[in-house]
Design a protein around this ligand. Structure first.
Ligand SMILES: [Zn+2]
Ligand SMILES: [Zn+2]
Length: 217
C-alpha cells in the first residue's frame, strides 16, 4: 500500500516524521510521501529537513519515504512559482490542496494547480470536466481520499476523472496514526467512490509509477 499524502508536526499532523514512518511501515505501507501544508513562509523550513532524513528513515523501517509538500491555500496566481520553488528545494512529490467542499479554498485553485508542475491534485471537490481534461493532458493524478469531509466528493471526482481519462490515486491525507487505514478499508473506500476493482488496481499502479518517478528524479 502507498499513501502519497501525509502530514507531520511540520504542519498539523500529530507525529514527527520518524514515528509516522514507523507507524506506516507497521500498518503495511511500503511507501509514503510526507507532504506537510506549505506556503512561501515555510517551504525552506520543511523540505530540506525531510530531504535530510527520508533515505535513512526508509532504510531503518523498511519503507520508502518521499520528501514532499502540499501547496495549501496558495493564491492561484502564485501556485506555479510555488511549485517551482519546492522542486528546487528537493520535494519529490508535490501535492496541491484542491477545492474541497470543507474549506474556503480559493476558486481557480484547481485550474492553476493543474497548469503547474505538480504530481497530485488532492481532494479537488466539484472538479469540472475541463479541469479533469487538463489533468489528463498534463499527466497529473486526481485524488480519491479516505479522509472525512474531503471524501464527500469522491464519487464526483471518480466519475469526472474516468470520463476525461485522467489518472487517479487513493490517499489517506493522514494526520495521525488512526488515519493510516487498512488495505481492506483503502479498497472499500475506492469501490465506494464508484470505482471497479480493475480501476482501483489502476490507482495502485499510478501510485507505484509516481514513487518510481520520484525516486528517479
Ligand atoms: Zn491538514
Ligand atoms: Zn493534506
Amino acid at each position: 500500500m502507498i499513501d502519497l499524502h501525509t502530514h507531520t508536526v511540520f504542519s498539523d499532523g500529530e507525529l514527527i516524521p520518524v514515528e509516522l514512518a514507523r507507524r506506516a511501515a507497521v500498518a503495511g505501507y511500503r511507501a509514503i510521501a510526507i507532504t506537510d501544508h506549505g506556503d512561501f513562509s515555510n517551504f525552506d523550513l520543511i523540505i530540506p529537513r525531510l530531504v535530510r532524513v527520508a533515505a535513512e528513515l526508509g532504510d531503518a523501517w523498511g519503507i520508502t519515504i518521499l520528501p514532499g509538500i502540499e501547496l495549501t491555500h496558495i493564491p492561484p496566481a502564485m501556485i506555479a512559482a510555488a511549485a517551482g520553488e519546492v522542486r528546487a528545494l528537493g520535494a519529490r512529490i508535490v501535492v496541491c490542496h484542491g477545492e474541497t467542499l470543507t474549506e474556503p479554498v480559493a476558486p481557480g485553485t484547481n485550474r492553476a494547480a493543474l497548469a503547474a508542475d505538480i504530481d497530485i491534485l488532492s481532494h479537488p471537490g466539484l472538479i469540472t470536466a475541463e479541469e479533469a481534461a487538463l489533468a489528463a493532458q498534463r499527466g497529473i493524478c486526481l485524488e480519491i481520499t479516505t479522509r472525512k469531509g474531503h471524501s464527500l466528493t469522491n464519487g464526483h471526482v471518480a466519475r469526472t476523472a474516468l470520463a476525461a481519462g485522467a489518472c487517479m490515486v487513493v490517499n489517506n491525507d493522514a494526520h495521525g496514526p488512526g488515519d493510516l487505514v487498512s488495505p481492506e478499508m483503502f479498497r472499500k473506500i475506492a469501490l465506494g467512490a464508484g470505482l471497479t476493482e480493475e480501476q482501483f488496481e489502476q490507482c495502485r499502479r499510478n501510485s507505484e509509477e509516481l514513487v518510481k518517478k520520484a525516486l528517479s528524479s
